[in-house]
Design a protein around this ligand. Structure first.
Ligand code: SF4
Length: 400
């Protein structure tokens, strides 16, 4: 089945490049296929969307409850149609762990999400990521050696890290969740970041927050922490430079923000909000907290993907809603709520390029391999990391 996104967004100048359709074309015709996982057998390269859909349906039927397919909100429609459950990264990992009857968890999302599912899975479960090149540019901005290097610099500067609580956003590698577990820290999601920071400030004077500076800053501001008490740590600075922060900035800091960002959400701007309001005086603007501080301040509401979904669902019929998040989700919301006008704020927004790598050919490949008794693309977090990462996740889960 070839799926297209809605073509009737309300304002010509607010249209997205992809409004005419995020269509599935054969892998070989994908401009970026050269940088995706190359080991997929050649027989899948030329299959069109209809053939892939038929094959995935057939494999699903054969596998039955043995497999559960998870679809992150930002996945394309040709993948979402197969999802037993759709949601955000943490919700999906929890759902999979509760689906004990399913031996195989096929996670249609990006690498850190499949790792989180592997950390929370039961012993008899196996997690599979259809395309191993589906990473996350934000997660990649915080490499474990860089975080350790910063931690040691902070230890030298303050004399100890006893008073610093590391907090990592869900959107990070398992190694960083393990770092937090081993150093008295915790994981947060965009839904519970405030609660997690409150927990952290009960245990320490400062929070070391990574990898998303925007979620950290927006959450700190919502907790009445002044901007000047949130200092940016530039991980690209040579070691020994205190992440380009001054001694004075570090001394007065309550949150040390890793200089990472989401390339999708950082594109939303004040100018786009102004343009939407000029066009629609009654428009409501809702954005994700991975957006910049000024954008979040200007929006009518902000919250996680789950929050945005609920915001649109609960808006009265006839509402006009400009959304600052990934285009696949915005397009789906527009389609599911024809009684409301739902559009993406960014006129040239692209889908998350790494989520997009989960092309149906990869899903067909991993599912048909399972039918043949072969597991391809298993995600296996090393045991030592799994234990520490689980500690950090469980600290978060214990927060009610
Ligand atoms: S939308 Fe942003 S944070 Fe989410 S997977 Fe894509 S790059 Fe990473």
């Amino acid at each position: 089945m070839t799926t297209t996104t809605p073509t009737t967004f309300p304002v010509a100048q607010l249209q997205c490049e992809t409004d005419t359709g995020i269509e599935t074309v054969p892998l070989a015709e994908e401009a970026s296929f050269g940088s995706w996982q190359p080991s997929i057998p050649e027989r899948y390269w030329g299959m069109d969307a209809d053939e892939l859909t038929r094959r995935i349906h057939a494999a699903r039927e054969t596998l039955g409850d043995e497999v559960v397919v998870l679809g992150h909100h930002y996945q394309r429609e040709d993948i979402i149609q197969f999802a037993d459950e759709r949601g955000d990264s943490f919700g999906l990992a929890q759902y999979a762990a509760d689906r004990g009857e399913s031996k195989y968890i096929v996670f249609c999302g990006v690498h850190f999400m499949a790792e989180a599912a592997d950390i929370l899975r039961a012993d008899h479960q196996t997690v599979i990521l259809p395309n191993m090149e589906a990473g996350c540019s934000m997660a990649d901005m915080a490499a474990e050696p860089d975080v350790w290097s910063a931690w040691r610099e902070l230890e030298d500067f303050f004399g100890s890290t006893d008073d610093i609580i590391p907090v990592t956003y869900m959107n990070s590698a398992a190694s960083l969740k393990a770092f937090c577990g081993a150093n008295g820290g915790v994981v947060c999601t965009s839904s519970n970041a405030t609660k997690v920071l409150e927990w952290a400030f009960e245990r320490g004077k400062r929070v070391f927050f990574f990898p998303d500076q925007h979620l950290g800053r927006n959450t700190g501001h919502a907790m009445d922490i002044p901007l000047e008490e949130m200092v940016l740590w530039d991980w690209r600075a040579p070691a020994g430079n205190l992440g380009r922060a001054t001694a004075e900035e570090l001394e007065r800091s309550r949150i040390i923000l890793w200089q990472g960002h989401c390339s999708v959400h950082q594109r939303f701007s004040l100018a786009q909000i102004e343009q939407a309001r000029a066009q629609y005086p009654d428009v409501k603007i809702v954005v994700h907290p991975e957006c910049r501080y000024d954008v979040v301040q200007e929006a009518d509401a902000n919250g996680s993907t789950a929050f945005i979904v609920k915001y649109v669902q609960e808006a009265p019929a006839g509402s006009v809603i400009g959304v600052g998040t990934e285009i696949n989700l915005v397009s789906r919301l527009a389609k599911e709520h024809p009684d409301k006008t739902v559009f993406c704020l960014d006129p040239v927004v692209c889908p998350c390029s790494t989520m997009y790598r989960v092309h149906p050919a990869y899903l067909a490949w991993v599912m048909e391999s399972l039918v043949e008794g072969e597991v391809v693309n298993r995600i296996a977090v090393p045991d030592h990391q799994r234990q520490d990462a689980k500690v950090a996740l469980e600290r978060m889960l214990a927060l009610k």
